[in-house]
Design a protein around this ligand. Structure first.
Ligand code: GLN
Length: 307
């Protein structure tokens, strides 16, 4: 091994890693190489640029080689760094949870839009009443925590059937400073909740990938928990399982917002209507895919409220 040809600078290691990842078919090789190096050095990506001409310590070289090797083997960057940002919040992620996707931020946006409208219609200058939110299948806690951060009046219950996911979500809620307003519960959909509990908003990003499609997904997606992805034969098994129970816990006029896979909006809308919800609408993500389906629980008839 000649020291004259051995790469010495941070930039040289970075370039070599990017070339290696590209040769192994990694789509965003340079970006991934930068993010992994930043993780090894415990700095941000800009920090990596600022030290391009500096050497790496042997320990850093070893750690970087190991991460690059695992990335080339199909492990997602977020599992290698243990972090992913969602709604500008740094979340811890482990292979026990789905890696939060940018398109899921649309669901947060739609909740905020609904709450803004409600605020205008009953603006009285007084303190906002608490907004009770339920997140079914919270995983990393992404939706629950983003909503708690964005809505100071929100009291959030987050449920996941995976105890390991609940541990991740609870830690993320603490780190995000919202643990006092986010309660994380282990359970299958609504089964662990007090049946008398009522929520103004229920959100879910359930597993919706048809089982037969799982094998066709990219290696890094297949590294994610099947529990978070596998939507059964037609991809809609989870919606059929949780929607009736969710509807039973909505306040009159409350909203259910769910993420759906490409091409599923109409079928999911039909499930929501069959469960008694009204005013079904869907919203497209930045790629033009109908991604969030929203519906409203029937308000009580006038006679019922005019006591
Ligand atoms: N959006 C994810 C994917 O395309 C699926 C997430 C889910 O099933 N909720 O892989």
């Amino acid at each position: 091994m000649s020291s004259a040809t051995e790469p010495r600078t941070t930039l040289a290691y970075l370039q070599r890693a990017a070339d290696f990842l590209a040769a192994r078919g990694v789509a965003n090789a340079r970006l991934d190489a930068e993010v992994l190096l930043a993780s090894v050095l415990a700095i941000d990506r800009v920090g990596v640029y600022l030290r391009f001409d500096q050497p790496l310590a042997p320990r850093e070289i070893d750690a970087y080689r190991e991460l690059v090797r695992r990335r080339a083997g199909g492990e997602p960057v977020a599992y290698l760094t243990g972090r992913r940002e969602f709604w500008s919040i740094a979340l811890a992620v482990t292979p026990d949870v789905l890696i939060p996707r940018p398109e899921t931020e649309l669901l947060v946006e739609r909740v905020l839009a609904l709450v803004a409208v409600a605020d205008v219609s009953d603006a009285d200058g007084g303190a906002r009443p608490p907004l009770r939110i339920l997140d079914l299948g919270t995983g990393s806690g992404a939706l629950a925590i983003a909503l708690a951060r964005a809505l100071p009046q929100a009291i959030v219950t987050a449920v996941d059937v995976s105890p390991a996911a609940v541990t991740v979500a609870a830690a993320n809620a603490r780190e995000a400073g919202v643990a006092d307003r986010v309660t994380v519960v282990v359970g299958s959909w609504t089964s662990a909740l007090d049946p008398a509990a009522r929520f103004d908003v229920i959100v879910s990003n359930p597993p919706y990938v048809p089982t037969a499609e799982l094998a066709t997904l990219a290696a890094e997606v297949r590294a994610e928990p099947a529990l978070a992805l596998d939507g059964g034969a037609d991809g809609l098994v989870a919606y059929r399982a949780f929607v009736p129970g969710a509807v039973a816990q909505l306040t009159p006029g409350g909203r259910l917002l769910v993420e759906v896979g490409a091409g599923q909006a109409e079928a999911v809308a039909a499930i929501l209507v069959a469960a008694g919800l009204e005013n079904v609408a869907w919203h497209a993500d930045l790629a033009g895919v109908a991604r969030v389906v929203v519906a409203t629980a029937a308000a009580p008839a006038l006679a019922e409220v005019a006591v």
